[in-house]
Design a protein around this ligand. Structure first.
Ligand SMILES: C[S@@+](CC[C@H](N)C(=O)[O-])C[C@H]1O[C@@H](n2cnc3c(N)ncnc32)[C@H](O)[C@@H]1O
Length: 285
């Protein structure tokens, strides 16, 4: 079924200049092979969430705030892979909501989702997810899994998490751009940075200014701790073990951070870590 797209004033309507997929001629996001671990953890968790919560929650929503076009092009191997929305669309959620800033990417995603039976319960918002989150409707008494997958820390300010929390009860899987976003830019984060500074926006306050900055790794650990405290204040008291996603040279690119308001969420996350990172362990699935 055709997937409706709602265009917001913040939508970026410029032409697609990156790669296109050979398989369907539609936009594809260039990526590296490390994207596989991110997608496996997401889909493993999504499966546990959507099936495990089925009896207690009639309405189970999957919300992805930085969706991409639904296909990736893996530069190193020259192969194509499905993007996260297409990896999750067959799971047992009752509603799927995607937000994507880029017009051609949102349109490609809509076309690619069309053949799936769950497309009947799917909507796309094209524009800045901070604008979209104010407009989207999540049914009352829903349990939501929100995947937040930006390309920089400045794209996902803490106000976005606050708006999301006001809207729905949810579990969060957040891509924290710790390499390029934080560790490599420590020199930029100086005590005279104003409130528009990406790190202040990301954390929702400038408490990071009190952290020692001579060691980038320690600085990041301090920032992560402050971020978890912020999540805890919103009721996300159960944060799971983070997963560092690195490139082939072993340089850390980003962290996947899980947070939930319920201990069951953390339990599912632990299972996902075992299932994906140590698949030899029998999880009874
Ligand atoms: C890392 S990619 C998403 C990849 C996708 N989640 C996957 O794994 O297949 C990030 C996407 O977010 C989009 N984007 C960037 N800023 C945005 C914003 N403020 N609101 C919504 N989408 C945004 C970009 O156009 C890009 O397609």
């Amino acid at each position: 079924m055709k997937v409706p797209i709602t265009y917001l004033t913040s939508a970026n309507r410029s032409l697609w200049t990156e790669s296109v997929a050979k398989s369907d001629g539609l936009p594809a996001r260039p990526s590296g092979p490390w994207i596989d671990t991110k997608h496996k953890l997401l889909t493993y968790y999504a499966h546990l969430f959507a099936t495990g919560m089925k009896n207690s929650w009639k309405s189970r929503v999957y919300l992805e705030l930085f969706s991409g076009p639904g296909k990736c092009f893996i530069r190193d191997t020259g192969t194509e892979d499905l993007g996260s929305p297409l990896k999750v669309i067959d799971h047992e959620f009752t509603k799927f909501i995607f937000t994507e800033m880029n017009g051609p990417a949102a349109e490609a995603l809509a076309q690619r989702l069309e053949p799936y039976s769950n497309s009947a319960q799917t909507e796309i918002w094209c524009g800045d997810c901070a604008e979209a989150i104010q407009r989207i409707h999540i049914p009352d008494r829903s349990l939501t899994l929100a995947f937040i997958d930006p390309t920089g820390i400045g794209h996902a300010p803490f106000s976005l998490i606050e708006a999301l929390r006001k809207k729905t009860r949810c579990d969060l899987l957040i891509n924290v751009q710790h390499g390029m976003g934080i560790k490599m830019n420590v020199h930029q984060y100086t005590p005279d940075s104003d409130e528009e500074c990406a790190l202040t926006q990301f954390l929702g306050h400038d408490g990071w200014k009190k952290l020692p900055r001579h060691n980038a790794k320690e600085f990041f650990v301090g920032v992560l701790d402050l971020y978890k405290q912020q999540l805890d204040k919103l009721g996300f008291s159960f944060t799971g073990r983070e997963v560092l996603i690195s490139n082939q040279q072993g340089s850390g690119l980003y962290l996947l951070l899980f947070a939930s308001g319920h201990p069951r969420g953390k339990e599912f996350w632990e299972k996902s870590l075992k299932g994906v990172l140590h698949p030899e362990l029998d999880l009874g699935m």
